[in-house]
Write a protein that binds this ligand. Structure first.
Ligand code: SAH
Length: 230
């Protein structure tokens, strides 16, 4: 059985962000800057969001280490460095439409929301989708819409998107997602089987895309189809 931990904390008033958490978060931001994250807006967003809300209460002390962590259903919340790295590549602007594939805990969506984007985030596992939806609502970040769907298909009804962010490792770049990118838009996607290279894809015109292949990461797999709650 999956622990429904978010239901314990997502009620208003039970979300506590103490001075200790804030101190740990400041240190995490310093660590990320030391590891090469330069964008001050990205660092500020990470400094604002209580990452411990996105983990089970028992593990909250791990929340401010630069590590990935299990969130149930065999999935993980991405490592803060990875979140900061992908977010920096997106160069987020206020009010632009961003599609995220792989809501997971909802943490990355929260970072994009705090940066002022209009966020559309898709999750293929129903349990995770519900938990993240409740938590993001309780946090009242605003401008974040969650969807329980297969991210391979994207959200054609809301396209085009200024930015598309994939937070699961893809075997290949889904053509359907490329088509939902606005001209001038950027897609950030980790591509590869066991390990992935980060790709930054810029749509130059209706038919032309520029690809940049960047650093190596390890993500949980981008899978087709949805998984309903048991
Ligand atoms: N962005 C997340 C990271 C979650 S890990 C966070 O901040 O916590 C990647 C997530 O992608 C997992 O929850 C996994 O279930 C989801 N995923 C994998 N394939 C998917 C697909 N086809 N559509 C939507 N979500 C998918």
């Amino acid at each position: 059985m999956v622990l429904d931990y978010f239901s314990l904390i997502a009620e208003k008033g039970k979300l506590k962000d103490t001075y200790r958490h804030q101190g740990l978060r400041k240190k995490l931001v310093k660590d990320l800057a030391a590891k090469g994250i330069k964008d001050p807006k990205v660092l500020a967003a990470i400094g604002r969001i209580p990452r411990h809300f996105f983990l089970e209460k028992t593990f909250e002390d791990w929340a401010y280490q630069d590590k990935a962590f299990p969130i149930g259903n065999k999935q993980t919340i991405s490592q803060p460095f990875t979140v900061a790295y992908q977010t920096s590549l997106l160069a987020v602007k206020k009010r632009e439409k961003i599609l995220e594939i792989g809501t997971g805990s909802g943490y990355q969506a929260a970072v994009l929301g705090v940066l002022g984007a209009r966020v559309y985030t898709i999750e293929r596992q129903e349990d995770l989708h519900h938990r993240a939806t409740r938590l993001l609502q309780a946090l009242e970040i605003g401008n974040i819409r969650t969807f329980f769907k297969d991210g391979y298909k994207g959200l054609p009804e809301f396209a085009p998107f200024a930015k598309i962010l994939v937070t699961a490792g893809a075997k290949k770049i889904p053509l359907k997602l490329k088509k939902q990118l606005a001209i001038g838009g950027i897609m950030v996607i980790p591509v590869g089987q066991t390990v992935q290279r980060m790709y930054k894809i810029t749509r130059l015109s209706e038919t032309d895309f520029q690809e940049e292949v960047l650093d190596t990461f390890r993500f949980v797999p981008f899978l087709e189809g949805v998984e309903k709650s048991k």
